[in-house]
Design a protein around this ligand. Structure first.
Ligand code: FAD
Length: 414
């Protein structure tokens, strides 16, 4: 079997792997580093990010936007700020711009701008890309790492594992990086899908494709856990949209571990407020007015001046008032309708699976990895970065920021 000897090998050609390869090649010299990628080309997930626009970072990057191992998150984010990221990409000739929410995108609005720039810098530093190489085992012998695939063996002095999580396996990462590390005695915390739609018990087929600006609140045993505002997207299976994605991590934790933020709960629900700009009292007054204005119409239309007509009809049905004339609505019925618009309950039966998740929660934590260097505590010169680590960010560019920052941090310690 052919053995290829290099100084540094980076396993995984995603955002973290490219950043690490650039960092290592800058440190160890041109031609010192290889990227090993199991797919036929590197960076496929990067091209899919931000709907093809690549939301690379966020003006508001701070540890509060991340979940998982506080030591690792704090270390990476304190060493790699948003201005460090801007400088890094400026050095690669990439112009960035931010939107009103602080989300940073390439000025070109094309994810390929980011990938092309990373690959171009790798080429300039003579980083070799070895694609179609699926690592199946890693060993450390005589101070060197041996990474084996079916046809080729790579022997390296430094090894960076940047093989991603289990999220969106069709784009490459399938959890095999965590398996390789587990075989070396480096274990991950439980991994579950995050930033994904939520499937609910209530099936409102009529709501498929309906969107409403509102607030979603996750409740556990009746206690409010967190709320997010934004565009709620309804589907025949449940809920989606960025604000829903941000609850999904907690819903997944509940279904995978029975807990939320480590506290055990028995049941959870999501309350959607589709009239967030109005108080309960305002909505009651509004409905009393509509009741008089449209007395001969039925309750299915009572919200149609305020909400999508399908949503209006679902709310009437939710209250058991479908088909009832507006004129016959009692004060109690008005309160029921107002309450449903402010607190339409969905019962999650699961968060969506890894296939649709943008990221995974959980991963390798500081028990095994030194947060300052991202080097393994057990194996000198073995580094772990990117989504494999126990760090997941909110929606808005936080995950790619972490991937790039952690790749560069690992390289600083070569
Ligand atoms: C659809 C979608 C949209 C997203 N949009 C955004 C966004 O706009 N902004 C944001 O911040 N985040 C976004 N994310 C999340 C972000 O893309 C990830 O957090 C980030 O790409 C993780 O980078 P990584 O390098 O750690 O892993 P990955 O990008 O997953 O790269 C890992 C690489 O390792 C390779 N690999 C895995 N196992 C092996 C093996 N055994 N041998 C060889 N190679 C292997 C994989 O093929 C893959 O190429 C999005 C995710 C998805 C799925």
């Amino acid at each position: 079997m052919e053995i290829k000897k290099v100084r540094a090998a980076v396993l995984g050609g995603g955002a973290a792997g490219h950043a690490a390869a650039i960092g290592f090649s800058r440190r160890l010299g041109s031609g010192s580093t290889v990227i090993i990628e199991k797919q036929e080309r590197t960076g496929r997930k990067l091209l899919a990010t931000g709907n093809g626009r690549c939301n690379i970072s966020n003006e508001n990057v701070s540890p509060e936007h991340y979940h998982g191992d506080k030591n690792i998150i704090g270390s990476v984010i304190s060493r790699f700020s948003v201005s460090d990221l801007k400088d890094f990409f400026a050095g690669l000739g990439v112009l960035l711009r931010s939107d009103r929410e602080g989300r940073l995108y390439p000025y070109s609005n094309q994810a390929s701008t980011i990938l092309d720039a990373l690959r171009s810098e790798c080429r300039r530093r003579n980083v070799e890309e070895i694609c179609g190489f699926s690592a199946v085992s890693i060993k450390k012998e005589n101070g060197r790492f041996t990474i084996s695939s079916d046809g080729l063996v790579i022997s390296s002095e430094y090894l960076v594992i940047a093989a991603g999580s289990k999220a969106s396996p069709s784009l490459g990462s399938d959890g095999s990086g965590a398996k390789l590390l587990e075989d070396m005695g480096i274990r991950s915390t439980p991994v579950f899908p995050s930033l994904c739609p939520i499937t609910a018990k209530e099936k409102y087929t009529a709501l498929k494709g309906v969107r409403a600006a509102g607030t979603v609140t996750l409740l556990a045993d009746g206690k409010k856990i967190l709320s997010r505002e934004g565009e709620i997207q309804f589907s025949e299976h449940g809920l989606s949209g960025i604000c829903v994605f941000e609850l999904s991590r907690y819903v997944s934790e509940f279904f995978f571990c029975g807990s939320i933020n480590g506290t055990k709960y028995r049941e959870i629900s999501i309350a959607a407020d589709v009239l967030k700009d109005y108080s309960f009292r305002d909505v009651c007054a509004y409905l009393e007015g509509i009741k008089k204005l449209r007395s001969s119409e039925n309750a299915d239309t009572i919200f149609s001046g305020a909400l999508n007509s399908k949503l209006a009809s679902v709310i009437a049905g939710y209250c058991g008032l479908s088909g009832k004339k507006c004129s016959s609505l009692t004060p109690h019925n008005i309160k029921q309708l107002a309450s449903a618009s402010k607190k339409l309950i969905f019962t999650p039966i699961r968060s969506d699976d890894f296939r649709t998740a943008q990221v995974c929660a959980g991963g390798i934590g500081s028990e095994y990895i030194d947060p300052c260097s991202l080097m393994s505590r057990k194996y000198k010169n073995l580094f772990v970065c990117g989504e494999l680590l126990d760090a997941d960010g909110d929606c808005g560019g936080f995950n790619l920021h972490f991937a790039i920052g952690s790749g560069l941090l690992a390289a600083e310690n070569a």
